[in-house]
Design a binder for this molecule. Structure first.
Ligand code: SF4
Length: 708
C-alpha cells in the first residue's frame, strides 16, 4: 500500500481533471479496498453542494483516486549521467544540485534566456503564480509559457479584444438551466465534462433549445435540438452567415448595439457579403438550418453562445471566436443576466492558470508584462526592481521550436505538462527536446516527456496537497489535502522554493500554499483578475468566490459586464473578420480533413488517465473515425489498421466506421503516445494574435495497412 490516510473524516475537494472541477469528498477508514483489490485507500463521494456537478461525476472523477496508486508512480528523483545513459534513481540533493549547476552553467555561457520554463493548465493557482515568479525573478528569463496556450488562448484573445477581459463563462453555470437557447460551437461536453450536460438538459426540459455546431454528430450533438455540421475550418463563415441572417430577418437588438457596443457598422459591411447560399457553399450547412439556429437564438433574451476547442484551435482561431462574439453582440446577449458569450475552458485550472503569470506576455492579475504600471506593482510585491523583470518571451509552440537552436533556450524546466504527446507536429518537438543541453521535468508519473529528461523530480499530486483552482465559471475553489503523499516526493512549491534558495533569488519563497496565495492576492490587486478580496476562509465558507473580488467585503463578481464592459469606454468592441479557410486545405495528395479531440474515458495527453485501469480498459487505444462511404472508397474495413499521413508525419490507428462524421473528414483523439499519436499529424500554423496552433484541421490521406 503506497499511502495511508491522513485523516479519518471525509475531505471535501475537487476532481483532478477538467475545468468543471466537480466537487467530491474523499473518505474511508484506510481499511477499505477498492474494487479490484488495488489497495486504494479512498472512496469518492460526489458533492451535491457544488453547482457545477450537483452530485454528478464522470467516469474519470469516479476513478480519480486510482491515480494515487498508479503502478509506475514516481517516488524518487531520477537522473541520467549523460544524454545516452539511462535514468537512474538518485537523491534529492543530487538532483537539485544538478539542476542548479546546469542552470548556472547555461546562463553563465548564454545569458538568462538560455533557460526556459514550461508550465501547465492543471497546476493550482499558487503553483502557476510561483512558477511565473520563479522564471522572472529566480531565473530572470523571459522564456516561460505553458500548455494552456494550446487550450483556450484564442477565446482569451478574442474576449480581450471584444470585452477588455476574458473570464470563461459569463455567469454561474446554473444560469444555463434557465436559458432560452444555447449555441455550443466546437465542444463535446457530453464526453469531455458529462455533468455539464445536466445544465443543458435542465434548459431543454424547460423549453430551451440546444444548438450544436460540430463536424461530427457527437454524443452532445445527438442530444441537441439542432445540429449544424460544417466543414472543418469554416466556422467563421458560418458565424458571419448567421449574423447576416439575423440582420436580414430583423432579429438584431438595435437598441443594445447603440447603447453597449462600438464598431457594428464595419461588421455589418463585412457580413453583408455572407449571403446564405454562399455560406452554405463554404460550410456545407443548409440555409434552413442556419435560419433556424438564428431564430432559436433570438427568440428570447436569455441565450448563450459558447465556444470550445473546435472553434479556438485554429490558425484564425481568434477571428473565429470574434465572429461568434459579433453574433452574440448583434443579438444583444453579452452583459445581460442569464445570457452572453462564454468559453468552455478545458484543463482543470485552464482559467486560473492563465491569470497568474505563466503566460509569456503576462504578469499576475492578468496584467500585460509590457505595461509599466503592471511591472511596477508586481515588482514591488516581489521585492525587485521593475527594470530587472524580463519582457515578453516566446509563446508555447514557438518556445518549443526554439529549444536547442542558435539563440534559443539551451535548458528547460517543465512542470505539469507532456508536450511530446500534446504539442502539434510532435516529432519536431521531440527533436527540439533532444537538442537541449539539459531538461528537468517535475511530474508524478514517467510521462513521455519525463522519459526524455536528464533529471525527473517526483511530485505530490492533487489529493496529496492543497491549493486553489479557478473553474470554468471564474469561481475560485479550494482543493484540500486528503492523504499524505508517499515518502520521497515533494510538492511543486517545495521544489521551487528550494531551487530559488539555491539560486540565491531575492524575495521570499514559501512552500506553503496558503502563504503563496496571500502573496498572489497582493500581486493580483488592481489587475483584471483581482483576487485580493479572496481568502481561503471565504472560499471555504462561501463554496467558492468569483473574481474579480477587490476587497474582503466585496461579494465577488459572478456576472461581469452587467453595467459596462472592461474596455476604456465600457462598450464591447465589434471587429469585422473575414473567412479565410484552414491554413492547410485538402488537395489531391492529402484529400481528407483531419480533426482531433477527446473521448470520455481519457484526459488531455493521457499521461494520467492511461494509467487508470478502468479508463484504459474503456478507451485502450487511438482510432480513426471515418464515414463508411469514405472507408468503402479506400478499401478500409471496420477495425482494420489504417495509416493516416499528413505532410508532417504518419500515425497508425484502427478504423471505426460511423455515419456520424462528414464524408470528407476523419477524427482521431489525441490522448495516446506511440504510433497512434494524433499530434504526429497536426499542423503547427499559429494564430497571429493568440499563437494558438491549428490542432483542429489539417489535410491527410488514409491507406489500409496490409495484413501480413
Ligand atoms: Fe472530473 Fe471533469 Fe469528469 Fe467532473 S467532468 S468528474 S471535473 S473529469
Amino acid at each position: 500500500r503506497p499511502h495511508t490516510l491522513g485523516t479519518m473524516t471525509d475531505t471535501p475537494t475537487h476532481c483532478p481533471y477538467c475545468a468543471l472541477q466537480c466537487g467530491m469528498s474523499l473518505g474511508g477508514d484506510g481499511a477499505e479496498e477498492a474494487p479490484g483489490g488495488r489497495g486504494l485507500p479512498l472512496r469518492v463521494v460526489p458533492r451535491e453542494d457544488v453547482p457545477a456537478n450537483r452530485g454528478g461525476l464522470c467516469q474519470k472523477g469516479w476513478t480519480s483516486t486510482e491515480l494515487l496508486a498508479v503502478p509506475d508512480r514516481l517516488a524518487t528523483p531520477l537522473m541520467r549521467a549523460s544524454r545516452d545513459a539511462p535514468l537512474e534513481p538518485c537523491g534529492w540533493d543530487e538532483a537539485l544540485d544538478r539542476i542548479v549547476s546546469e542552470i548556472t552553467r547555461s546562463q553563465g555561457a548564454y545569458g538568462p534566456d538560455s533557460v526556459a520554463v514550461f508550465g501547465g493548465g492543471g497546476l493550482t493557482n499558487e503553483k502557476a503564480y510561483q512558477l511565473g515568479k520563479f522564471a522572472r525573478v529566480a531565473l530572470r528569463t523571459s522564456q516561460i509559457d505553458y500548455n494552456g496556450r494550446f487550450c483556450m488562448s484564442s477565446a482569451a484573445a478574442a474576449s480581450g479584444r471584444a470585452f477588455g477581459m476574458d473570464r470563461g463563462l459569463p455567469g454561474p453555470i446554473t444560469d444555463l438551466g434557465r436559458a432560452d437557447a444555447v449555441l455550443l460551437v466546437g465542444g463535446n461536453v457530453a464526453e469531455t465534462m458529462p455533468p455539464f450536460m445536466r445544465h443543458l438538459t435542465d434548459m431543454q426540459k424547460a423549453g430551451g433549445a440546444l444548438i450544436v455546431v460540430d463536424p461530427r454528430r457527437t454524443a452532445t450533438a445527438r442530444q441537441a435540438n439542432l445540429h449544424l455540421q460544417p466543414t472543418p475550418g469554416t466556422d467563421l463563415a458560418l458565424a458571419n452567415g448567421l449574423l447576416h441572417l439575423a440582420i436580414v430577418d430583423g432579429l438584431l437588438d438595435e437598441a443594445y448595439l447603440k447603447a453597449r457596443t462600438s464598431g457594428f457598422e464595419a461588421v455589418r459591411t463585412v457580413v453583408n457579403a455572407y449571403m446564405p447560399e454562399r455560406v452554405e457553399r463554404i460550410t456545407g450547412v443548409p440555409v434552413p438550418y442556419m435560419r433556424e439556429a438564428v431564430r432559436l437564438l433570438a427568440r428570447g433574451a436569455r441565450s448563450y453562445i459558447l465556444t470550445a476547442r473546435g472553434t479556438e484551435q485554429h490558425a484564425r482561431g481568434t477571428d473565429m471566436v470574434t465572429a461568434f462574439i459579433n453574433l452574440a453582440l448583434g443579438l444583444g446577449l453579452p452583459g445581460r443576466e442569464g445570457a452572453g458569450y462564454g468559453c468552455l475552458t478545458g484543463q482543470g485550472n485552464g482559467q486560473g492558470g492563465r491569470e497568474h503569470g505563466q503566460k509569456a506576455d503576462q504578469l499576475p492579475g492578468y496584467r500585460k508584462i509590457d505595461d509599466p504600471a503592471a511591472r511596477a506593482h508586481v515588482a514591488a510585491v516581489w521585492g525587485v526592481d521593475p527594470g530587472d523583470l524580463p519582457g515578453p518571451g516566446r509563446s508555447a509552440y514557438e518556445l518549443l521550436s526554439a529549444l536547442g537552436t542558435a539563440g534559443g533556450p539551451r535548458a528547460m524546466l517543465l512542470f505539469g505538462s507532456n508536450p511530446v504527446v500534446s504539442a502539434p507536429r510532435a516529432s519536431a518537438v521531440e527533436e527540439r527536446l533532444d537538442a537541449l543541453d539539459f531538461l528537468a521535468v517535475a511530474d508524478f508519473v514517467p510521462s513521455e516527456t519525463a522519459r526524455r529528461a536528464d533529471v525527473v523530480l517526483p511530485t505530490a499530486q492533487w489529493a496529496e496537497e492543497s491549493g486553489t483552482m479557478t473553474n470554468l465559471e471564474g469561481r475560485v475553489l479550494r482543493r484540500n489535502r486528503a492523504v499524505r503523499p508517499p515518502g520521497g516526493v515533494r510538492t511543486d512549491l517545495e521544489i521551487l522554493a528550494v531551487l530559488a534558495d539555491r539560486l540565491h533569488a531575492p524575495g521570499t519563497w514559501s512552500a506553503e500554499p496558503a502563504e503563496v496565495f496571500e502573496e498572489l492576492r497582493e500581486a493580483s490587486a488592481g489587475g483584471l483578475a483581482d483576487y485580493s478580496g479572496i481568502t481561503y476562509a471565504r472560499i471555504e465558507k462561501e463554496g467558492g468566490v468569483f473574481w474579480p473580488c477587490p476587497s474582503e467585503d466585496h461579494p465577488g463578481t459572478p456576472r461581469p459586464f452587467l453595467d459596462r464592459f472592461a474596455t476604456p469606454d465600457g462598450r464591447a468592441r465589434m471587429t469585422p473578420v473575414e473567412h479565410g479557410g484552414p491554413a492547410e486545405d485538402v488537395d489531391g495528395d492529402y484529400p481528407v480533413y483531419l480533426t482531433t479531440g477527446r473521448v470520455l474515458a481519457q484526459y488531455q495527453s493521457g499521461a494520467q488517465t492511461r494509467r487508470v485501469r478502468p479508463l484504459a480498459d474503456a478507451a485502450p487505444e487511438a482510432f480513426v473515425e471515418l464515414h463508411p462511404d469514405l472507408a468503402d472508397r479506400l478499401g478500409i474495413a471496420e477495425g482494420a489498421a489504417v495509416r493516416v499521413a499528413s505532410r508532417r508525419g504518419a500515425a497508425t490507428v484502427r478504423a471505426r466506421l460511423t455515419d456520424a462524421i462528414r464524408h470528407d473528414t476523419v477524427f482521431i483523439p489525441f490522448h495516446w503516445a506511440g504510433e497512434g499519436r494524433a499530434n504526429l499529424l497536426t499542423n503547427p500554423a499559429l494564430d497571429p494574435m493568440s499563437r494558438m496552433p491549428e490542432f483542429k484541421v489539417c489535410a491527410v490521406r488514409l491507406e489500409p495497412v496490409p495484413t501480413p
